[in-house]
Design a protein around this ligand. Sequence first.
Ligand code: DGJ
Length: 724
Amino acid sequence: MKINRFAIYIATIMTLGCGKAYGAIPEKTPIIEMVADNLKLTLMVGEDKRVYQLSFGDADASISLPEKTLTREQEFLPAYGNGVITESAIQATHTDGNTSTDLKYLSHRCDTVSPDITQTVISLRDFAYNFFVDVYVKCYKKSGMMEIWNTIRHDERGGKVVLYKYASASPILKSNEYWLTQFNGKYKREATLEEERLGEGIKILDSKLGVRASQYRIPSFMLAYGHSAKEREGEVFAASLRWSGSFQLAFDMDWNKSLRVLTGINPVGAHYNLERGATFTTPAVLWTYSKHGKGEASRRFHRWAADYAVRDAEKLRPILLNNWEATHCDFNEERLVGLFDGAKEIGAELFLLDDGWFGNGEFSRDDDKHGLGDWEISTKKLPRGLSYLAKEASKRKIGFGIWLEPEMVNPKSDLYTRHPEWIMTQQKREPILGRHQEILDLTRPEVQHFEWQVIDNTLRPNPGVSYVKWDCNRYVTQPGSQYLPAHEQSHLLVDYNNALYRLMNRFASNYPNVMAMLCAGGGGRVDYGALQYFHSFWPSDNTDPLGRIKIQWGFGHFFPASTIAAHVTRMGKRHLKMAIDVALSGTFGIDLALDKATPEERKQLADGVKLYKNGIRDLVMFGELYRLVSPYETPLAAMSYVSTDKKKSVVYLYQTEDGNVPMIRMDGLEPEMHYALKEVNLPEGVAPRFASSTYTGKQLMETGIVNPLCSQFDSAVLLIDKVK
Ligand code: DGJ
């Protein structure tokens, strides 16, 4: 179809805030341009009124209007069944049984939401049906983030429209070569980086787990043009879906080497019957772009997250002592209070009581087979209740937090005995357990009420509880509801996750002063949909520093260090120094039996805590991440945080294998500034391996410093400070 040069609405389009006139383009061409700092999305309306994509990427690149025709492969939001032959973003069956949809331009508007945010809404309609899609594109100027989602509704007579596909966005990328980085893994090996060159055809990365859905893969990825993604150079896109349920990321390369990237809720088994007048809102997908490698793309995500996506980004995260690795469910009041003493002695700021504090009688939570769902305090283990513990903690000037898993139930529980119909399962099938537990069906109003009561009844009578770890230890294997009617069974996982967000939102808004950690049997639920209600997340139950390095490295591509909980444990029995050094690069905490630690170990931990408080925490919370040497390419992992004023930096070096990377080049510093470098966190009697010295930023970044580390398990932390 030809470009519509006579559209009457162009005058409006060209004068709206988000648009920018093209010199070379005839004045009356309907162009919609959306810019988020260096990332630009340009659309145009064809003569056939369909919306086509002209560009997605570098905001500085000039856009030329196609000479003759636009093909359907360039349609911005292709719908199935009337001419689209590639992967479609939208697929619906209308009330008369027609399986095709054809979306055309209706109108658009652009609003300035704040000095940093503009939002464009492009309204599309299938003119043969009263079927409407509004595309939302929110542009964040400061961080260069573009957030895209859709709403779908209809006003068709005669029943429901069935939505079979409802991608959140499907922009087209254009290069000769694409390198895809995904972050896959499994329990205890989360967010492992894997990169591949894409070929023609469709590649799908997905989750069908419904709940704790990112256990095997997070809904975030990077795409580099021309060669594998580098830290400091090359064009890189990074994207992340704000959805905690099953997701699908589809990369469809056609015969012209155009790459359409469809992201959204996984449509498998999830067709949605949309009532007349009702609105289906897709989750948003975030896109950012860098011309200078993936390091900048990560920093854009971190900046955006601090401004818009995590709770209280300006607040320091407390140093926790968690008891899970130390005690599992086997503890009593005396043991816990003893651990409070240890926490105080080493300088920790909050005690987090993990799983095992509830359930009574035959359902006492003494292991993971019993008591989940019965949220009354264990009178056997904690006869004086949570308030007593909170008071004892407070006497020692430490905070007190609590573990919850409101979404789950053990069959061996009072709750299950009373409400077997509350669990998610398939009729005529034997319920399948995961970690000896079932998932409560959150689409059921009584379950929604119950889960809110679990939270409220724990926190309201115990105002001394100032922290919550929200866990979720299994995924869905039987997506069936005993509550939803037969024709809505396929709504279950979509409705579950929307109900979950309502619950999390209720928790966050009713308890604004309670900090919260998102956890799902390790890092099984890490996404910007859920994270907005939390302060940090638990990336993995793998706290062996050797494994943890790569896990934190992976998550750090999208999530700021202030959200990545990192605890010192004795897992793997590594040198305590290495365990501390690794935890110092995230939201520091400790999870070990302090009462059984030697005085030397306690001293080493106390020194680590002091260093974190005095020299490192600000940099972890508010600094900018620079990945210096990748553990995926060398025996060394090296990374740093640099303060935004460039006056301070902390550098971490970890040998994951034997071998030497001779020089470490820093990044992100001011070339002309003079810096003093010194090695810190040295156990007593150990001489520094890095000589204290002064350098210019240029020297540190261009020549680098000599690295003496060469043996597996060696690690070092360096502080770099501007010389006064
Ligand atoms: C899984 C979490 O990842 C652990 O940290 C711990 O909280 C256990 N659940 C408790 O059951």
